[in-house]
Design a protein around this ligand. Structure first.
Ligand code: HH2
Length: 341
């Protein structure tokens, strides 16, 4: 049985000379938790980690969708659907979506993620023509409006991705990690687009019916490693691949928390990391008001985003841009004791 190495991330300025950068970013580490499926965890100095894994843990990540990964980036969620769990029906005309995109960018979003198919628990798949009709006119309208910020297209379908690539998408965000549509790999690999591969157990319709793992953190790690290796073997450079543990996709509250607490582990895969926890159900549950509308989960969502950033996650996918941007600025200033404008 193999060992897994989770760096213990730190962000403060009192940094020992032999500390290593975490993914070349704002965190550093000098100790690592060694995890295994058969033995109790133990903590060791970083220089006991095998050289290839240590190199992956510390190497800077190349820019994603034209954005340098040396600071945390905010991905603004733009669901052009009638039925998304927190904002369905609000932005599903081209004008409303364009206005929302401009608003999120003005509030400090670094990139946008347009989705035309809800993947909330219990959701039905959307026919491909319908998904194209929802998303591509929005992408074109953003460009026509002179909005040049990078846009990610949240789709599991190769034909939607292909249309998005023509319309100027900078990233394809596939929550099925290219397992839903056999044509996806062929469609995206030979482009130079960023490619987000997310872990999900089961499909949206049934994924929350008794999800089960041997060890959720290690199982998700193995899954993402396999998918990243497969994409790389097919021709995608590792620097283009973005990995996401898929909070809420076939996971109980306990599974979500184990992943959130262990996020640093995934840096060992040598890719940029993305996290999407915004307004998800567990935030309402832990926040003490599970029945309140999802739009009231911004404070808890920000708590999770900051916890991810404190573990070196480079991209956080959020609905509430202005509030998250403010929280990030204050987290950074309070952690480093410096304010950089
Ligand atoms: N979550 C959702 C959709 N896409 N993509 C990534 N990479 N990671 C995520 O966690 C993720 C995602 C679900 O959230 P949302 O888009 O807000 O809702 P809906 O699926 O109902 O449209």
């Amino acid at each position: 049985m193999r060992d897994y190495f989770r760096p213990l991330p730190q962000c403060g300025p009192a940094r020992p000379a032999d500390a290593r950068p975490l993914a070349g970013g704002w965190c550093w580490f000098e100790r690592v938790e060694v995890l295994s499926r058969t033995r109790a965890p133990r903590i060791v100095p970083a220089d006991e980690v095998p050289g290839d894994i240590l190199a992956r843990l510390s190497a800077p990540r190349p820019p994603v969708a034209g954005l340098a990964m040396d600071r945390p980036r905010l991905m603004g969620i733009l669901n052009v659907t009638p039925d998304s769990f927190s904002d369905g029906g609000r932005f599903n005309t081209v004008d409303a979506a364009t206005a929302r995109a401009a608003e999120m960018l003005a509030e400090g979003a670094d990139l946008l993620d347009i989705g035309g198919e809800s993947t909330r628990p219990g959701a039905d798949p959307v026919p491909v023509e319908e998904e194209i009709a929802r998303t591509i006119p929005v992408l074109k309208a953003l460009r026509a409006a002179g909005i040049s910020a990078p846009v990610s297209l949240d789709t599991r379908k190769a034909r939607v991705a292909a249309e998005g690539i023509w319309a100027g998408a900078a990233m394809i965000n596939d929550v099925s990690a290219m397992t839903y549509d056999p044509e996806m790999e062929r469609t995206v690999i030979n482009t130079n687009l960023a490619l987000c591969l997310m872990h999900a157990q089961g499909d949206p319709k049934t994924m929350q019916k008794a999800p089960h793992y041997r060890d959720v953190l290690l199982d998700v790690y193995d899954f993402l490693e396999e998918k990243a290796d497969k994409a790389e073997a097919a021709g995608a450079e590792r620097g283009r691949i973005v990995l996401d543990p898929g909070i809420g996709f076939g996971k109980t509250l306990a599974h979500n928390l184990a992943l959130l607490a262990g996020l640093g582990l995934f840096h060992g895969l040598g890719c940029t990391l993305l996290l999407g926890a915004s307004r998800k159900r567990f935030i309402g549950t832990i926040g003490g008001n599970p029945e309140a509308p999802a739009a009231q989960r911004a404070p808890g969502s920000i708590g999770v985003a900051l916890a991810a950033i404190a573990q070196g996650v480079q991209i956080v996918r959020v609905h509430d841009i202005a509030a998250t941007r403010q929280a990030m600025a204050l987290w950074q200033a309070a952690t480093t004791g410096r304010w950089e404008t």
